[in-house]
Design a protein around this ligand. Structure first.
Ligand SMILES: Nc1ncnc2c1ncn2[C@@H]1O[C@H](COP(=O)(O)OP(=O)(O)OP(=O)(O)O)[C@@H](O)[C@H]1O
Ligand SMILES: [Mg+2]
Length: 310
C-alpha cells in the first residue's frame, strides 16, 4: 500500500509549550485513520499543520508526495478539510458557500453547480440552499461544512470532530457518508472523542497525549496490547456465590454482578475449563459464559490517564 500522508518529526511550539512534540507517522491510501486524544493533546494543531493552515515549527509533511510547505498549491488541491469550527460564512447562503469553495479550488462553473446540487441533495439541504447559514441548526451547518470540503472532490478528507454535539441521526448520517466516501476510495483522517465511532470506522488509530503519539495501531491490536487481563463472566443453573468457587490460582479477583460471577484473569482459557470442571463436579450447568475484552475506551484511558484515570 502506498502512503498518502507522511509526517516526519513534526513539531509546533507555542512559546514554551510543545503543542505537537516531534511526531512521525504515515497514513496509507484508502485508510480511515483515527487521531484520538484528550482535550489539548494537539489534535487540531496537527490537523491545521497537515492541511497547511498553520506552519510547523519544524518537521516535514508530505501529501501524496507534495510537501505542504514546498508545494502548498498542489498539496491543497488533493485535500478537503472539515475544521473543528465551521468555515461556512453565516451571511452567505448554503449555495453561495459551496460556489465560493469551488472558486477557491478553481472548479469550473458547470462542474461546481452539478456538484453543489448533488451534495445538497445528499445532505438533505437542497430545499434550504438559498437560506443564509446563520439560520441553520448545528447539524445543518455541519453537513454544509462537509459538503464544502467535498467541492473539489478530494483524495484525502480531514475531519476534526465532525460529529461533536450532533444528535444520533445526524451523527449517523455523517458516519454513513464517511464510510461511503471511503468505500469509493477517499482516504479519511478523522479526529474524534467518540471511542465507539473510532472503533467502528477506523482501520488504524493514533492515540496522542501531550503532543506525543502514545500508540498507533489497528483498534483490535491495541485492545490485545493492554495487559492481556480479561474478565470472564459466568452464570450457573443454580446460584453460586464467590465463596463457593474453588481456589483458582490464575484468577486475580472474583466479584458478583447480578446473577453472574466475574473473574479477572490473565489466563481466560484455563479459567474457563476450570469453571466447566466445577460445574460438572457440582452437578450444575453453565447458563452463560462470556469474556469481556477491553474496549478502545479502556486502551484510551490506560494510555492517556496520567495515573489519575481509572
Ligand atoms: N494559537 C495558539 N496559541 C497558543 N497555544 C495554542 C494555540 N493553539 C493551540 N494551543 C495550545 O496547544 C495545545 C493543543 O491544542 P489543540 O487545539 O491542538 O488540542 P486538541 O487535541 O485539538 O484538543 P480538543 O480535543 O480540545 O479539541 C493546547 O494546550 C492549546 O492551548
Ligand atoms: Mg481540537
Amino acid at each position: 500500500m502506498k502512503n498518502v500522508i507522511e509526517v516526519t518529526e513534526l513539531r509546533k511550539n507555542y512559546n514554551a509549550l510543545a503543542a505537537v512534540d516531534s511526531i512521525s507517522f504515515e497514513v496509507e491510501e484508502g485508510e480511515v485513520f483515527g487521531f484520538l486524544g484528550p482535550n489539548g493533546a494537539g489534535k487540531t494543531t496537527t490537523v491545521r499543520m497537515l492541511t497547511g493552515i498553520i506552519k510547523p515549527t519544524s518537521g516535514r509533511i508530505s501529501i501524496m508526495g507534495f510537501g505542504i510547505e514546498q508545494d502548498p498549491i498542489k498539496a491543497k488541491q488533493l485535500i478537503g478539510v472539515v475544521p473543528e469550527l465551521s468555515n461556512a460564512y453565516n451571511e452567505l447562503s448554503a449555495w453561495n458557500n459551496l460556489q465560493f469553495m469551488a472558486e477557491l479550488y478553481g472548479v469550473s462553473g458547470r462542474v461546481a453547480r452539478g456538484r453543489a446540487e448533488e451534495l445538497l441533495t445528499k445532505f438533505d439541504l437542497y430545499d434550504r440552499r438559498d437560506t443564509k447559514v446563520k439560520t441553520f441548526s448545528k447539524g445543518m451547518k455541519q453537513k454544509l461544512t462537509i459538503a464544502m470540503a467535498l467541492m473539489n472532490d478530494p483524495e484525502i478528507l480531514f475531519l476534526d470532530e465532525p460529529t461533536s454535539g450532533l444528535d444520533v441521526r445526524s451523527a449517523r448520517l455523517i458516519k454513513k457518508m464517511m464510510r461511503e466516501l471511503n468505500n469509493a476510495g477517499t482516504t479519511i483522517f478523522l479526529t474524534t472523542h467518540y471511542m465507539e465511532e473510532a472503533n467502528q470506522l477506523c482501520s488504524r488509530v493514533a492515540i496522542i497525549n501531550h503532543g506525543r503519539i502514545a500508540a498507533i495501531d489497528a483498534p483490535e491490536k491495541l485492545k490485545t496490547r493492554i495487559g492481556g487481563l480479561e474478565w470472564v463472566e459466568v452464570s450457573f443453573s443454580t446460584p453460586v456465590t464467590v465463596s463457593d468457587l474453588p481456589d483458582l490460582p490464575q484468577v486475580l479477583e472474583v466479584r458478583s454482578s447480578g446473577d453472574k460471577l466475574q473473574l479477572y484473569t490473565d489466563e481466560p482459557g484455563s479459567t474457563i475449563s476450570r469453571l466447566v470442571d466445577y460445574a460438572r463436579s457440582t452437578d450444575r450447568t453453565i447458563v452463560t459464559l462470556n469474556t469481556l475484552t477491553p474496549t478502545l475506551e479502556d486502551v484510551f484511558i490506560k494510555l492517556t490517564g496520567d495515573g489519575r484515570a481509572g
